[in-house]
Design a protein around this ligand. Structure first.
Ligand SMILES: Cc1cc2nc3c(=O)[nH]c(=O)nc-3n(C[C@H](O)[C@H](O)[C@H](O)COP(=O)(O)OP(=O)(O)OC[C@H]3O[C@@H](n4cnc5c(N)ncnc54)[C@H](O)[C@@H]3O)c2cc1C
Length: 499
């Protein structure tokens, strides 16, 4: 039997001495801490899912043809559309395990690295040694089926200044180098899922200018690297009362954390770009890396949008409005928008192209989806809240109300629905609120609006990659079909009218 990573192996690998902090204290073991333990279980269960005998074929593949190991299909470099669709179906099955709420599941970075590996020649612009380091790292990390997260955005601080003008030690930069490697000091804004990952990919996606070479690097670190400090945001998991009251916060709080590099040493075999402001951009954009990471995000988002469509319809069933014409119309429009996002996903796959022998999604269609969906998500959440009225709020304080016979009787009389019994209605509406209204749900709106950059950034990708020549050709076709010469001259108004 080939080796396949399981949940137990993953959870064990997180007990590695990593420096994670929450509420003023360092966490001893993230797998048992109340802020993180259920998320650890959720990520681990993805590996258990792929290792189940009935899922192995659909979810994994043999990366080196030796038959010794099988890894998740997210690591597959598809050679054609058929392989891409097969890979997408595996990613969709993983997304379904969290209703699409684990945004940075392990397939996100695997996709980013697959795209960058397809464009390995771009790394060679910084020297063969850097390309070799990336290629060997990719082989290693893929064979291990490791879970990576990334930090590629700088802390906001003062956005009116360039990155190189920010205060010392704010933005992660190379402060030293020697025979063994480079030393990094400073911060990156946010690592989603970082606390649950094996490795951290560090890079700079934001535009840099000459003179900012010390910020222009790309490398990877194990999560227990000396000096790597991870400062968790508030844990929604810890705030969740129980699974019944907050089913999503309870299980899928993937966490976002500030990452501080306190003079972290990175060996040369883990440094892929160094002191090159153009290459810091190019390893995302001149390779298919950026496209592949955002392609994974769209795959996951389709599942999440379908889930939210289900929530929307069920809310109307819970309060008996489904067949009211304006409500049915609203549901129809919502379903159409979800359908369009899925259609776009299939379209950007089918209209992809071959790069270095591998299939790559259509770049502009991918960015189109991204621009549209980052605006669509909050609109969808608003539409769901509009359909719900006070139903999402008029709910027992917690499941414990059911355990008090007096209160249970009142709940039985007041949580009336043609579609649910009172307990079923409360259970569903609590899940709905967790998805769209709780602190967890609200963070998801912020996530979908910003994970790929603010709208001016994603719209910029769309602007740069659109086929303007094709549009220009169509406009020119019209303009060249007539001229001033075609306008009748020397005619008076009565002649024109006669014509
Ligand atoms: C929930 C969440 C999870 C995240 N996870 C990760 C992660 O895992 N890894 C990672 O690296 N990053 C992560 N990020 C960071 C994310 O990539 C950034 O938030 C995103 O790129 C936007 O950058 P910013 O926050 O600096 O906002 P800004 O770029 O500062 O934009 C904020 C707003 O300021 C205005 N603005 C700023 N600059 C301009 C300008 N030049 N022109 C016009 N308007 C401007 C716009 O109104 C814009 O909407 C995450 C963010 C969130 C919210």
């Amino acid at each position: 039997m080939p080796f396949i990573k399981t949940g137990e192996k993953h959870a064990n690998s997180l007990r590695d001495g990593r420096a994670v902090y929450i509420n003023g204290k360092q966490v001893e073991d993230v797998t048992t801490h109340p802020a993180f333990r259920h998320a650890v279980e959720s990520f681990s269960s993805l590996y258990d899912y792929q290792a189940q005998s009935e899922n192995i074929e659909a979810m994994t593949f043999d990366p080196d043809g030796t038959g010794r190991v099988r890894v998740n299909k997210a690591w597959l470099m598809p050679r054609n559309l058929e392989e891409m669709v097969d890979r997408r179906q595996a990613l969709t099955r993983w997304a379904e395990q969290s209703c699409g709420f684990l945004g940075r599941s392990p397939d996100h970075l695997a996709s980013a690295l697959v795209g960058q590996r397809i464009g390995l020649d771009v790394f060679a612009r910084g020297g063969e040694a850097r390309a070799k380091a990336f290629s060997e790292y990719f082989d290693y990390i893929r064979r291990e089926d490791h879970f990576l997260s990334y930090v590629i955005i700088n802390p906001q601080a003062d956005r009116s200044r360039d990155w190189g003008e920010q205060t010392a030690d704010l933005v992660a930069r190379i402060v030293d180098e020697d025979d063994e490697g480079v030393t990094i000091r400073g911060a990156k804004m946010m690592g989603t899922s970082t606390i649950f990952a094996n490795e951290l990919f560090v890079a700079n996606l934001q535009p840099l200018k000459p003179g900012e070479e010390d910020l222009a690097f790309c490398c990877a670190l194990p999560m227990n690297a000396k000096g790597l400090k991870v400062l968790s945001r508030k844990s929604y998991e810890a705030a969740a009362q129980n699974k019944y009251d907050n089913p999503l916060s309870y299980a899928f709080d993937e966490n976002d954390a500030l990452v501080y590099f306190d003079d972290v040493k990175v060996p040369w075999d883990r440094v892929f770009v160094k002191s090159d402001v153009d290459l810091a951009r190019a390893h995302f954009h001149d390779t298919p890396g950026h496209v592949y990471q955002n392609y994974q995000a769209q795959i996951r988002l389709v599942t999440k949008l379908k889930f939210l469509a289900g929530i929307a319809r069920k809310i109307t069933e819970a309060i008996g409005t489904t067949n009211m014409p304006p409500v049915a119309e609203k549901l129809g429009v919502l379903a159409a928008r979800v359908g369009m996002v899925e259609a776009a996903l299939h379209g950007l796959e089918a209209s992809g192209r071959s790069v270095n022998g591998y299939w790559v999604p259509n770049r502009h269609q991918l960015y189109s989806s991204q621009v549209v969906t980052q605006a669509l998500y909050p609109e969808l959440v608003k539409a769901i809240r509009e359909l719900a009225g006070g139903a999402l709020i008029m709910l027992p304080s917690s499941a414990e109300d059911f355990f008090n016979p007096e209160l249970e009787k009142i709940i039985g009389k007041t949580q009336i629905s043609g579609a649910f019994d009172p307990e079923g209605k409360v259970k569903f509406l609590k899940a709905a609120w967790d998805a769209v209204g709780s602190e967890f749900g609200s963070r998801h709106t912020q996530y979908e609006m910003f994970y790929a950059g603010a709208q001016f950034v994603t719209a910029g990708h769309s602007f740069r990659t659109y086929d303007w020549d094709e549009s220009e050709r169509l406009v020119q076709n019209l303009l060249s079909s007539y001229s001033l010469d075609d306008v009748p001259r020397g005619t008076d108004e009565s002649e024109v009218a006669a014509v």
